[in-house]
Design a protein around this ligand. Structure first.
Ligand code: HPA
Length: 277
């Protein structure tokens, strides 16, 4: 057994007894400012990341840094209240480790959220967007979580990612958002490493590539989830809009504030989606 597989096993063995008789089916990753969703879980058990073997600490603002297991929308869920980002200095294996552990715990569905900047001119601050495809710029340039030895028992060496975002889950999200009167889109998310925001030339480039929203996370976790055979639903909160024709700047505090303000809307959507998945 290689070191990574051993580490995953240690984390699994640490978390398993804390689940009691519960079998979580859905993993949720909560992005910047979106952590309040974890406070909605019933019969919750919270585990700080720093006591879980193999988990690194979460240093990003707006990320609490704990795993919360509980009931939501009729499902047993395991929620990450705060994620690990590449820009914090973690490597791709560390960033995606929790998803490997989710899979080892028997979780087959990943609901991953993030805060993103809107590139599509039709998007408004506070809109939600389900990812229907992505551009994984760090992965394309060598920072890919699947680089290195492949565990064939988990997934294939050469992974197809054309259908990463499960169509049926996107359909459900779209339907429930319409019922709730939530502005909702589907689109392409591009991941850059950050932590700086984009230049205007970069905004133009990303638009020309067909990206609708840009952020600094999510895709490594999606790749690892797909590698492990999980179903994936990704939802971005558009916390700010990006316009290459103005000198208005994105701002980190605003991203977190808008994320928090949109939180209740995202929570109501997730609660509506969970019973149907
Ligand atoms: N750019 C990159 N990442 C982001 C943004 C942005 O404008 N907003 C939230 N995350």
């Amino acid at each position: 057994m290689d070191t990574q597989t051993q580490l995953i096993r240690h984390a699994q063995e640490f978390i398993q007894p804390l689940l009691g008789h519960r079998q979580p089916t859905t993993g949720i990753i909560l992005g910047s400012g979106l952590g309040q969703l974890a406070d909605e879980l019933e019969d919750a058990v919270a585990i700080p990341y720093n006591v879980i073997p193999g988990f690194v600490g979460s240093t990003a603002p707006g990320h609490a840094g704990r795993l919360v297991i509980g009931q939501l929308g009729g499902k047993t869920v395991l929620a990450m209240q705060g994620r690990f980002h590449f820009y914090e200095g973690h490597d791709m294996a560390q960033v995606t480790f929790p998803v490997r552990v989710m899979r080892a715990l028997g979780i087959d569905t990943l609901l991953v959220t993030n805060a993103a900047g809107g590139l599509n001119p039709a998007f408004k601050t506070g809109d939600l967007m389900a990812l229907n495809d992505h551009i994984f710029l760090p992965g394309m340039t060598g920072q890919n979580p699947l680089r290195g030895p492949n565990d064939n028992a988990t997934g294939p060496r050469f992974l197809p990612v054309v259908n990463s975002y499960t169509q049926s889950l996107r359909d459900i999200a779209q339907e429930e958002a319409a019922k709730l009167g939530i502005r909702f889109h589907q689109g392409v998310y591009v991941m850059l490493t950050g932590p700086n925001f984009e230049t205007r030339a970069e905004m133009r480039l990303l638009r020309a590539w067909g990206a609708d929203a840009v952020g600094m996370s999510t895709i490594p976790e999606v790749i690892v989830a797909v590698h492990g055979g999980m179903r994936v639903l990704g939802i971005s909160t558009i916390t700010n809009t990006l316009d290459p024709d103005t000198t208005v700047e994105a701002n980190g505090e605003e991203v977190i504030e808008v994320g928090k303000a949109v939180g209740p809307r995202l929570i109501s959507l997730v609660k509506a989606i969970l019973p149907r998945i």
